[in-house]
Design a protein around this ligand. Structure first.
Ligand SMILES: Nc1ncnc2c1ncn2[C@@H]1O[C@H](COP(=O)(O)OP(=O)(O)OP(=O)(O)O)[C@@H](O)[C@H]1O
Ligand SMILES: [Mg+2]
Length: 264
């Protein structure tokens, strides 16, 4: 579905701050895979997403999306097929626009340029979708999104992303800024949508148990490398302890991630 081939990425090349984040990095993501991604702080998880979405370009190597070389394609073009959600619940929606207008923007995106308008039937559809979120949003189509709570807003962002019918979904700790109850709700909605629509998904999380329980493939990153790539039956039998032990064995050091240790 999407692949990174032999990518090198160097920030501030040739300066005292030079940072070689990726060197000959390779990753192939198959259609329909739900991949959880964990790793120490600064391991390159968000930068990996930046490479996939075109926010940063590799210094060498290629990004191939559905067999097409998109290495040089700017972010806004790739955004037609890639949906990305960040940690900040305010990032995915426009505060000063109503729920229905926000939803319409994404709905139109899903129709790939077809001219469609907001009518009664569509409002009904939006209402139904909002009802499914079970966050009391179904009667608030005309409210500005700025009035919603963080949890409501992140659930709406998720729904809007689904409405835009993305081919690839990138979730970067999208529940980390929410309180435990809302984080749980948004996570449950995430797994529902991924399954229901067969969305090819990469999800960064600091919660090792979530990384183990969700998805069908798990990547553990460290210093710009994928150090563990676990799938299928092996993933089903994982525990946090096993994962930490596997990491120590391949890296010859302890796994450290401030948030991950707290959330065990
Ligand atoms: N635009 C940039 N300019 C310079 N350095 C950058 C830039 N973006 C990322 N980096 C560096 O790349 C490395 C990887 O950062 P990245 O944000 O991908 O880590 P991460 O795995 O997402 O960490 P965290 O768990 O803290 O979110 C870090 O050393 C970071 O400082
Ligand atoms: Mg990050």
């Amino acid at each position: 579905m999407i692949a990174i081939e032999d990518a090198t990425l160097i920030f501030n090349a040739g300066t005292p701050n030079e940072n070689r984040v990726f060197e000959a990095f390779n990753l192939t993501v198959g259609k329909g895979e739900f991949i959880t991604v964990i790793g120490s702080n600064g391991a390159g998880k968000s930068t990996l997403f930046n490479l996939l979405s075109g926010t940063v370009m590799p210094d060498s190597g290629r990004i191939v999306l559905n067999g097409r070389d998109v290495t040089k394609e700017p972010e806004f073009k790739r955004a037609k097929t890639i949906g990305r959600i960040f940690q900040d619940p305010l990032a995915g929606t426009a505060s000063n626009m109503t729920l229905e207008d926000n939803m319409m923007v994404c709905f139109k995106k899903g129709f790939k340029g077809l001219r469609i308008g907001l009518n009664r039937k569509r409002r009904e559809f939006f209402k139904e979708q909002l009802k499914f979120l079970d966050m009391g949003l179904e009667d608030r189509l005309k409210d500005n999104v700025g009035l919603l709570s963080g949890g409501q807003r992140q659930a709406l962002t998720l729904l809007m992303m689904v409405l835009s019918r993305p081919e690839l979904v990138l979730l970067d700790e999208h529940t980390a800024a929410l309180d435990p109850r809302n984080a749980e709700i948004v996570l449950r909605l995430t797994t529902h949508f991924v399954k229901e629509y067969g969305l090819t998904t990469l999800m960064v999380t600091h919660n090792m148990q979530h990384a183990i329980d969700l998805g069908n493939r798990l990547l553990m990153m460290d210093s710009g490398e994928v150090v563990l790539d676990i799938r299928g039956e092996e993933k089903q039998h994982l525990t946090v302890e096993k994962l930490v032990a596997m990491f120590s064995k391949v890296r010859n050091k302890q796994f450290t991630n401030d948030e991950a240790l707290l959330s065990r």
